[in-house]
Design a protein around this ligand. Structure first.
Ligand code: ZN
Ligand code: ZN
Length: 358
């Protein structure tokens, strides 16, 4: 289903001149490049020659099924054994993923490298590839978002006074499974009334009351890919202040999605949304969004401190501005979007207007 071989070819094309091979030790990157999803593994990608994967005997069968095109070495110390293999095959300068190698594992790799190999710290080479989705990834994200929309429709149809936040979180999990998801993308945020003013509220046994906002931030996982959506509805009747805040967020979210075009700078997108929130007289509590794919939060980040370059075509990001009135309530509207040549296309498609339920 996923073009692992093509991904490795693109990785080699992105190698800096300073390395002959890359040792991939970050598991999610190993999965991206090979399809292997075990909990212990590493991958050696030489500039010339055949890649080699290492894992231990618990995964001996799984690795041949998931990555049948690769040679596999059976070992517990997967990094060290691949460093030794690199040395045997003539590698002199071996890239290591600097951001994900601890001091302890660096010592172990250095021990295996001896004098023959120089370890070279490399930047986020695989993460940079992952930030641009291929067709198979966009298809998986699309399905994850369709399941998320379906679960939202199922759960909001039965929202009634007296139900607890934690109960609704469980209903979301059940609905995602029933609609074909393999699990939740992250722990769902279900927040009623004043709790909706807490951006990352954890669901409690608090019962839902009439006239309260209901903030649902959740997503399905499908084929390893994550959906992320927030909708805020109200248990009837809605108050004027709720309509006002919701309308403000709706307008800012629409403008932010429209601004997510190829070439837009993530840090500037965040700054634009923050300025729009401040213009309504409210405080900014979090960034505009984040990349989404094999991880729920990945490059590129749409935040004030983001160092991400301009948005590329086929990047997948969330757009999730919110306005929060501490002690009273809050509204967030979030979509998972993919950046097409013509602009942001929302993969999550549940209606965004303030729905009165119950
Ligand atoms: Zn979310
Ligand atoms: Zn998000």
């Amino acid at each position: 289903m996923f073009p692992h071989h093509e991904r490795r070819t693109r990785l080699i094309e992105a190698f800096p001149d300073t390395i002959d091979a890359l040792l991939v030790t970050r598991l999610i990157n190993v999965a991206y490049l090979t399809g292997f999803t075990g909990s212990n593994g590493a991958l050696l990608v030489p500039r010339v020659g055949t890649p080699v994967i290492a894992t231990d005997s618990r995964y001996a069968i799984q690795v041949t099924e998931q990555a049948p095109d690769l040679e596999c070495i059976d070992a517990r110390a997967v990094g060290s054994v691949l460093v030794e293999r690199a040395g045997q095959s003539g590698v002199r300068r071996l890239g290591v993923e600097a951001k994900h190698v601890t001091l302890a594992s660096y010592d172990a790799l250095q021990g295996a490298a001896g004098d023959g190999i120089t370890l070279v710290a490399t930047g986020p080479l695989v993460e940079a590839l992952r930030a641009v989705k291929d067709d198979s990834e966009i298809a998986a994200l699309t399905t994850a978002c369709e399941i998320t929309d379906a679960a939202f429709a199922t759960v909001t149809a039965s929202l009634r006074a007296g139900v607890a936040e934690a109960e609704v979180a469980w209903q979301l999990a059940t609905a995602v499974r029933e609609h074909g998801g393999s699990g939740m993308a992250f722990d769902s945020i279900v927040a009623f009334g004043p709790n909706s003013a807490i951006p990352h509220h954890e669901p409690t046994d608090r019962p839902l009351g009439a006239g309260e906002l209901v903030k649902l931030d959740f997503g399905a996982r499908y084929a390893g890919y994550h959906a992320d959506m927030t909708r805020t509805v109200v248990l009837t009747p809605a108050a004027d202040w709720q309509r006002d805040v919701h309308a403000e967020v709706l307008a800012i979210q629409a403008a932010s999605r429209a601004a997510c075009v190829v070439g837009a700078v993530p840090r500037d997108l965040d700054a634009g949304a923050a300025a729009a929130i401040e213009a309504t007289g409210h405080r900014v509590f979090h960034g505009l969004g984040h990349g989404v794919g094999l991880e729920i939060h990945e490059d590129p980040f749409l935040t004030s401190g983001s160092v991400a370059g301009p948005l590329a075509e086929s990047a997948a990001v969330t757009v999730e501005p919110g306005i929060y009135l501490p002690g009273q309530g809050g509204v967030r509207i979030e979509d998972t979007v993919v950046i097409d040549a013509g602009g942001a296309r929302s993969l999550t498609q549940s209606a965004r207007d303030l729905r009165e339920v119950g």
